[in-house]
Write a protein that binds this ligand. Structure first.
Ligand code: IMP
Length: 426
C-alpha cells in the first residue's frame, strides 16, 4: 500500500524569505500545519488586507478555520512568548482553543536560557553570532546535553523543583561569564513564565509523532513549516553563524517523528535577492546604493528584533546547494517586485577564491570569496498588479528561466507583493 506523505515548506537562504505568507497561501490545501524546529527566534509575518501579524512559535495555519496547528518535538518554546502570541491572536477574534496542540517532547526555554544567551553573546564581543537573544542556543544545548526541561514535565508534581534545579545550574554557569547587561527584568520574567506555563495547560500536550502519523494514515493533508532558513542549519549552514537546529527538510523527520519515506513535496522558498540578519559570511552582500535600495523597498528589517537586514544579490551557488540538500521539488520566489526599478539585476554564478573558481558552496560559507556575477537587464515594470505568468515582462521571465535552468527545479509560485492575493501560481 502506498504511504500517505506530508509536504514541507522551508526557506532556502538565511531566513526571512517570506514563509509566513506562503504558508498562509498554501494552507487552504492542508488541514494540519506543523512546526518542526526553531522557536521564538522566528518571525513569520502574515499580511491580510494591508494589516500585518507576526507569528513566532505558533504555526501559520492558525488563522484558517478547520486547520489544526502542531508545535512539534523539535521546537523550543518560551511559554511567555507563546502565550503573548496566543492572546494577540485571540484579540483578533480567532478562537485558538481547538486549533493548537503541543508536543510533550518539545523543550522549554527557561528565563535563565535567555540570560545565558545574553551572557554568551556579550562575552564573544565582535565574534558574536548575532543571536536573537531568545535563549535558543542554550535551550538546544541543554537538550542535546540531556539536561533540558520538556513540555511533558509541566504535568509532573515536582515541576517547580525541577525548574529550580535547572535554574541553579544555569546560575552557576552564568557566574563564569564576564559582567554583562541582562536585557530584561529577570524576576518579573520568571513570574510571567510560571503564569504562562499554567496557561499552556489549556492546550493538549500530545505525542506529536503518533498524532501526526495517525493523521497522515487517516488521509489528513499536512504541511510541515520550517523556520529560520537552510543556510542557518546547525550542520550545513554557515557555521558557527547559524541557529541551533536542523532547518533543512531532514529536520522534519526528527522534529515531528516522521519517517523519510513519508516526506512528499518540498517547497523551497527564496527571495529574488538575498538578506541576512546577524553575523556571518554573506558572499553577495552589497554595501552600496543597490543594497540600501533593496533594504528600503523590501522593508528589510527583522520581524523579531527590528534589526536592519543585510542585503545582496541572489546567490546561485548557495541556492543550488540548499535546493540539493533539501530535495526541493517546487521553488517559490518571493519579493520579485522589490527589484522592479533596477536597471540591472545581478546573480552570483560562482565564487573566486584566490586563483580558484568555486562552483559549489564552501565549508566556511564563502567568507573570503568574491562573487562572479551574471548580469540581467531589469524589467522596469511594476509586477505587483500582475496575476498571471503570461503577463510578466520578458526580462523577468528570463530571470525565472535562468534560475530554473540552474537549479533544475520549477518555480511554481511567484509572489509579487505582501498581500495574500499578490501571488502568481503557475
Ligand atoms: P538564534 O537562533 O537566536 O540563536 O540566532 C542565530 C542566528 O540565526 C543569528 O544570526 C540570527 O539572526 C539568525 N536567526 C535566527 N532566527 C532567524 C529567523 O527566523 N530569521 C532570520 N534569521 C534568524
Amino acid at each position: 500500500m502506498e504511504q500517505k506523505k506530508l509536504d514541507v515548506v522551508l526557506g532556502l537562504q538565511w531566513g526571512d524569505e517570506g514563509k509566513g505568507k506562503v504558508v498562509d497561501v498554501l494552507t487552504p490545501n492542508y488541514k494540519m500545519v506543523a512546526r518542526f524546529q526553531g522557536g521564538p527566534n522566528a518571525g513569520h509575518s502574515l499580511v491580510f488586507d494591508g494589516d500585518s501579524f507576526v507569528l513566532h512559535t505558533v504555526p501559520s495555519g492558525i488563522f484558517r478555520e478547520g486547520t489544526v496547528n502542531v508545535i512539534g518535538n523539535g521546537v523550543v518554546i518560551d511559554p511567555v512568548i507563546l502565550l503573548e502570541e496566543i492572546s494577540a491572536i485571540e484579540k483578533r477574534g480567532v478562537d485558538v482553543s481547538d486549533k493548537l496542540v503541543i508536543s510533550k517532547r518539545a523543550h522549554l526555554i527557561l528565563p535563565t536560557h535567555r540570560a545565558l544567551d545574553a551572557a554568551s553573546e556579550s562575552a564573544m564581543g565582535k565574534a558574536k553570532i548575532g543571536s536573537t537573544l531568545k535563549g535558543i542556543g542554550p535551550a538546544y544545548a541543554d537538550k542535546t546535553g540531556r539536561n533540558g526541561l520538556r513540555v511533558g514535565d509541566i504535568l509532573h508534581d515536582d515541576f517547580a523543583a525541577l525548574y529550580q534545579a535547572h535554574k541553579q545550574r544555569h546560575q552557576q554557569l552564568l557566574q563564569q561569564y564576564p559582567p554583562f547587561q541582562l536585557p530584561f527584568d529577570f524576576d518579573e520574567y520568571e513570574k510571567q513564565w510560571f503564569q504562562a506555563v499554567e496557561q499552556m495547560k489549556r492546550f493538549p500536550f500530545i505525542d506529536s509523532e503518533v498524532y501526526v502519523n495517525e493523521a497522515l494514515d487517516a488521509g489528513t493533508p499536512i504541511l510541515a513549516e520550517g523556520a529560520q532558513g537552510s543556510l542557518l542549519d546547525i550542520d550545513f549552514g554557515t557555521y558557527p553563524y547559524v541557529t541551533s537546529s536542523n532547518t533543512l527538510s531532514a529536520g522534519v523527520c526528527t522534529g515531528l517523528g516522521i519517517a523519510p519515506s513519508r516526506v512528499g513535496k518540498v517547497y523551497g522558498i527564496f527571495k529574488a535577492y538575498c538578506t541576512r540578519v546577524g553575523s556571518g559570511p554573506f558572499p553577495t552582500e552589497l554595501f552600496d546604493e543597490d543594497g540600501e535600495k533593496l533594504r528600503a523597498i523590501g522593508h528589510e528589517y527583522g520581524a523579531t528584533t527590528g534589526r536592519p537586514r543585510r542585503t545582496g544579490w541572489l546567490d546561485m551557488v548557495a541556492l543550488k546547494y540548499t535546493v540539493m540538500m533539501n530535495g526541493v521539488t517546487d521553488l517559490i520566489m518571493m519579493k520579485s517586485d522589490v527589484m522592479d526599478t533596477f536597471d540591472t539585476v545581478k546573480v552570483a554564478v560562482a565564487y573566486q577564491e584566490g586563483d580558484r573558481r568555486l562552483e559549489s558552496f564552501p565549508y566556511d560559507g564563502g567568507k573570503d570569496v568574491t562573487p562572479i556575477y551574471k548580469e540581467f537587464p531589469g524589467w522596469n515594470t511594476p509586477l505587483s498588479g500582475l496575476r498571471r505568468y503570461e503577463e510578466f515582462p520578458r526580462e523577468f521571465k528570463e530571470y525565472i528561466a535562468f534560475i530554473e535552468a540552474q537549479t533544475g527545479c520549477r518555480i511554481s509560485i511567484v509572489s509579487v507583493g505582501p498581500d495574500r492575493d499578490a501571488t502568481v501560481v503557475r
